[in-house]
Design a protein around this ligand. Structure first.
Ligand SMILES: CC(C)(COP(=O)(O)OP(=O)(O)OC[C@H]1O[C@@H](n2cnc3c(N)ncnc32)[C@H](O)[C@@H]1OP(=O)(O)O)[C@@H](O)C(=O)NCCC(=O)NCCS
Length: 183
């Protein structure tokens, strides 16, 4: 972990999307997005997903940032402020200068380049501001959409980690992707 994530928590933007801390005003959008079965199918997002789940998750964020073990961000349309999805760093390790990235995009916002933009932005921030040198990403072997996002953002496929995750009581083989600061 890092000592802490820089305060105030950053707003990151490429002009098309903004990444910022989740706020309680996002609860209804997060709950609505997480009704799409594709999100709990490929992630640790629980199902069923209620407002209590969203609030409980937001409540963990301050400690996560303060202890430097992670960095969760809401993804918004930079122009309209409309909620787009979620992206975050997990398991930030200050000794190996590495972290894992995870993301999801609301169904109606998909195939518009938002995940790729968010992954590029958070990767640049992690390398430049947090001085991380290796970012990893695990995508289920059957989740081609997520693999395409990783590949588009310069993450290299390093292999398949057999039975690496348990998602909804199923052991899943995961493709390991990584990008280095020097790539
Ligand atoms: C995977 C996911 C995040 C992709 O988000 P997105 O915003 O639609 O992705 P992008 O628009 O940035 O697409 C990136 C590339 O992947 C391709 N792609 C995305 N979804 C695809 C799909 N379902 N089928 C085929 N190609 C797809 C895009 O065409 C694009 O390639 P291109 O630029 O060459 O055209 C989204 O589908 C999602 O949230 N899925 C459910 C949750 C999930 O799987 N999270 C990831 C867990 S590891």
């Amino acid at each position: 972990m890092l000592d802490s994530i820089r305060t105030p928590y950053p707003h990151l933007t490429d002009g098309v999307i903004t990444l910022r801390a989740f706020a309680y005003e996002d609860v209804s959008a997060v709950v609505a997005a997480c009704q799409d079965p594709e999100i709990p199918r490929w992630t640790v997002v629980p199902t069923p997903y209620t407002e209590d789940e969203a609030r409980g998750w937001f409540d963990t964020h301050e400690a996560i940032r303060a202890t430097g073990i992670g960095a969760p961000f809401a993804i918004l349309d930079a122009e309209t402020g409309v909620f787009v999805g979620s992206i975050g760093l997990h398991d930030i390790d200050g000794r190996s200068h590495s972290a894992e990235v995870g993301y999801w995009i609301a169904r109606e916002m998909r195939r518009m380049g938002f995940a790729s933009r968010a992954l590029s932005l958070i990767s640049q921030w992690a390398f430049n501001d947090l001085a991380l040198v290796r970012l990893t990403l695990l995508a289920d072997v059957r989740n081609r959409a997520s693999q395409l996002v990783a590949e588009k953002c310069g993450y290299l496929r390093e292999g398949v980690m057999r039975s690496a995750r348990e998602i909804k009581n199923e052991r899943c083989d995961m493709v390991l992707y990584a990008r280095l600061a020097t790539d």
